[in-house]
Design a protein around this ligand. Structure first.
Ligand code: FAD
Ligand code: 2HG
Ligand code: ZN
Length: 482
């Protein structure tokens, strides 16, 4: 239900914002002129699952403008939703009712880069791929990579604490983000844009913004430590006969490839069948296998790396851990092999809706959930090839190296009968193993009712106290997880 403490937007509000930001690109306004169509992309999410009804999208161009916008909203009790590239997967970036969208796309400048320390300072609205391209020209790499890189913002990445494909190597943003500039709801600019690696002077408050999903303030600037770009990159793609063998391969990869291992990704045959169904691309391996892994190595000496990789391949083949494999011969093949992994989320959306679960539990049991879920969906008669069957496939894939599984149920339409089989079953299954119901995507709207499966009442209580301290009027991303 819409909270009536938030007033409707009036012409007077719109007038203020227009004066502040400029009438043109700054404000898309469905109140004073009929521009409903223009608002569509800001109201709907990437999965086509959540839809809000904002009548106002504001695009501030500077930290000062964000500050003035938020102060005005706070003084007038106007609810807001911070929005980056709108690629989030939990419904956090779109309004639930008519909250004002504060879209960060105009704050898209790279502020500075220090080639010696590798410290990059950017506006929050810089697109991840743009930053990575800029760094590439300077021999560096952004410490995060993910399938949505062409549209997601670094501010959105930090607000969700995105994990991605190379967390195994470069760690979480909680480690690589050195500083944050953010605006609190009352307009206060928090300037903690440190460029220092070490700074133990009191509480590390910037950490609160990392993963807060826009509930306590708006991130406007970020400084991040970027590693050196590796000159030697290898990608291998394997087929394996069981999940037990996948685990053995992971153990060997860590042991034998050690410091050059930069990604270890898992894909089951069900995910690869659906990708093939959509792209019709030639499969990397001759024969089909129940499981596939993608391994990436990055190092500074290709001779050394090749030797290590070859030895590893010999070992896993000879010891019957891996049944078949291919190593990319050039950068085109590197991209094409990655496509079988990175392309999964997009391909799964081909039929209609996808139910997504993003979980972390100890690695030994990780894949059991996919099998059990598929059995339940099959037993309920929901999975099949005809248009009457709502489910197209139950697939598992993810960041094996981080014990992070993506369980996806691809459907022809979002359907209550499917949802009933999945929830709370999946959450209970995870809670029984003390796992996380949200390993890397956040809670947003999708998981707001399930936080108790992974967090104690004491922890939730502390989170609420922090929320109240930073946002006493509750204008920041309301109706979401907190
Ligand atoms: P949005 O979707 O716009 O917003 C996400 C949340 O952050 C919202 O709650 C919003 O209110 C808040 N927010 C946005 N900007 C700000 C800001 N400046 N200040 C405060 N709050 C803000 N995630 C992973 O972790 N790993 C992956 O591998 C991964 N792969 C993906 C692949 C695809 C194809 C897609 C579509 C998504 C993927 N994601 C992944 C989801 C991931 O959360 C987002 O892609 C990304 O981190 C969100 O960035 P965004 O700019 O699109 O944020
Ligand atoms: C990935 O790893 C993303 O590809 C998306 O985190 C996962 O869509 C998903 O469930
Ligand atoms: Zn992921």
């Amino acid at each position: 239900k819409r909270n009536s403490k938030f007033p409707q937007i009036t012409e007077e509000h719109v007038k203020y914002f227009k004066q502040l930001l400029g009438a043109e690109s700054a404000v898309i306004d469905g109140v004073t002129k009929d521009a409903t169509d223009d608002l569509e992309p800001f109201n709907g999410d990437w999965m086509r699952k959540y839809r809000g009804h904002t009548k106002l999208v504001l695009k501030p161009g500077s930290t000062e403008e964000v500050s003035k916008v938020l102060k005005y909203c706070n003084d007038n009790m106007l609810a807001v939703v911070p929005q980056g590239g709108n690629s989030g997967l939990v419904g956090g970036s779109v309004p639930v009712f008519d909250e004002i969208v504060i879209n960060m796309s105009r704050m898209n400048q790279i502020r500075s880069f220090d080639e010696i320390s590798g410290t990059l300072v950017v506006d929050a609205g810089v697109i991840l791929e743009v930053a990575d391209g800029y760094l590439g020209e300077r021999g560096h790499i952004f410490p995060l990579d993910l399938g949505a890189k062409g549209s997601c913002h670094i501010g959105g990445n930090v607000a969700t604490n995105a994990g991605g494909l190379r967390l195994l190597r470069y760690g979480s943003l909680h480690g690589s983000v050195l500083g944050i500039e953010a605006v609190l709801p009352d307009g206060t600019i928090v300037d903690d844009l440190s460029k220092l690696r070490k700074n133990n002077t009191g509480y590390d408050l910037k950490q609160l913004f990392i993963g807060a999903e826009g509930t306590i303030g708006i991130i406007t600037g970020i400084s991040v430590l970027c590693p050196q770009r590796s000159s030697a990159i290898n990608v291998a793609f394997f087929g394996l006969e069981s999940y037990e063998k996948v685990q053995l391969a992971f153990k060997e990869a860590k042991g034998q490839l050690s410091e050059i291992l930069s990604a270890f990704e898992l894909m089951d045959s069900h995910s690869q069948d659906l990708v093939h169904n959509v792209t019709k691309n030639k499969r990397p391996l001759e024969r089909e296998h129940p499981f596939y892994c993608l391994i990436e190595t990055s190092g500074s000496n290709s001779e050394h790396d090749n030797e290590k990789l070859e030895k590893f391949l010999e070992y896993v083949m000879e010891n019957d851990i891996v049944s078949d494999g291919v190593v990319a011969q050039d950068s085109t093949q590197v991209r094409s092999l990655w496509g079988w992994r990175e392309g999964i989320p997009e391909c799964l959306g081909h039929w209609g809706g996808v139910y997504k679960y993003d979980l972390s539990i100890p690695i030994a049991e990780l894949y059991d959930l996919v099998n059990e879920t598929r059995d339940k969906i099959t037993a309920a008669g929901l999975l099949g090839d005809t248009p009457d069957d709502p489910v197209v496939g139950v697939v598992g894939y993810g960041h094996m190296g981080d014990s992070n599984l993506h369980l996806n149920i691809a459907t022809r339409r979002y359907d209550k009968s499917v949802e009933k089989v999945l929830e709370p079953f999946v959450y209970e299954w995870i809670a029984k193993r003390s796992g996380s119901i949200s390993a890397e995507h956040g809670l947003g709207l999708a998981k707001k009712n399930y936080i108790g499966y992974s967090r104690s009442q004491t922890m939730i209580g502390l989170m609420k106290q922090i929320k109240n301290l930073y946002d006493p009027n509750g204008i920041m991303n309301p109706y979401k997880y907190i």
